[in-house]
Design a protein around this ligand. Structure first.
Ligand SMILES: [Fe+2]
Ligand SMILES: [Fe+2]
Length: 178
C-alpha cells in the first residue's frame, strides 16, 4: 500500500499504484505523485487581478455544475445514471473547493443543495454536455492567460477533466438510449 497524492486537489490516494485518474478531482495520472513529494505550500500563490477574477468565475461555474449534478442524482428511477452523476457532483465540488483554496475564499454555502432539474435524462445529459464544453473551454482560456505557474497547472488539469466528462456524457447518453 502506497501513499500517493494528487498535485491538483491535494487529496491522498491509498493504493498499490497510481490510478489512471484521481478519484477525487479526476486529474490525470501524471499529476499523482508520491506523497512526500507533494509541496505543502503548493497553493500559496500570489494572484494577479485577472487570476483572482478567473478563479471567482470558476467557483461560480463549479458551484452551479455541482448543484445541477446533485439534482440529476436525485432522480433515482435510474440507479446507474443517478450514481454516476452523484459521483460527478462530488468531482465538481472538489474543483470548487480547490478554486476557493487558491483564491482564499470560503466555499459557497449552498454547494450541497441540489438544483431542481428535469426528470428527462436525455435533456439533462444534453445540458451536461453544454456545461462541460463551456467549462473546458473557459479553463483552457484561463490557463493560457495565467502568469502564475500553479494557476496555469490547475486550469490545464481541470480543463482536461471537464473534457473527460463530455465523454462520460456520451456513455450515459447511449446507456439511456437518447
Ligand atoms: Fe485530485
Ligand atoms: Fe465536469
Amino acid at each position: 500500500m502506497k501513499m500517493l497524492r494528487c498535485r491538483i486537489c491535494g487529496e491522498t490516494y491509498l493504493g498499490t499504484e497510481a490510478p489512471s485518474h484521481c478519484p477525487f478531482c479526476g486529474a490525470h495520472r501524471e499529476y499523482i505523485v508520491d506523497s512526500p513529494e507533494y509541496p505543502a505550500d503548493i497553493n500559496e500563490v500570489q494572484l494577479t487581478e485577472i487570476e483572482r477574477e478567473d478563479l471567482k468565475a470558476s467557483i461560480e461555474l463549479e458551484r452551479s455544475n455541482t448543484r445541477f449534478y446533485l439534482g440529476m442524482a436525485q432522480h433515482k428511477d435510474e440507479h446507474v445514471l443517478s450514481s454516476a452523476y452523484k459521483r460527478l457532483a462530488k468531482v465538481e465540488a472538489e474543483h470548487c473547493e480547490l478554486f476557493c483554496k487558491l483564491a482564499s475564499l470560503e466555499e459557497p454555502e449552498d454547494l450541497n443543495v441540489p438544483l431542481e432539474v428535469s426528470s428527462d435524462w436525455c435533456a439533462n445529459i444534453a445540458e451536461s454536455v453544454e456545461r462541460e464544453q463551456r467549462a473546458s473551454r473557459l479553463y483552457r482560456q484561463f490557463a493560457e492567460r495565467a502568469t502564475n505557474e500553479r494557476i496555469r497547472e490547475v486550469f490545464e488539469a481541470v480543463s482536461a477533466v471537464e473534457a473527460d466528462h463530455i465523454e462520460l456524457d456520451g456513455e450515459a447518453s447511449s446507456y439511456a438510449g437518447c
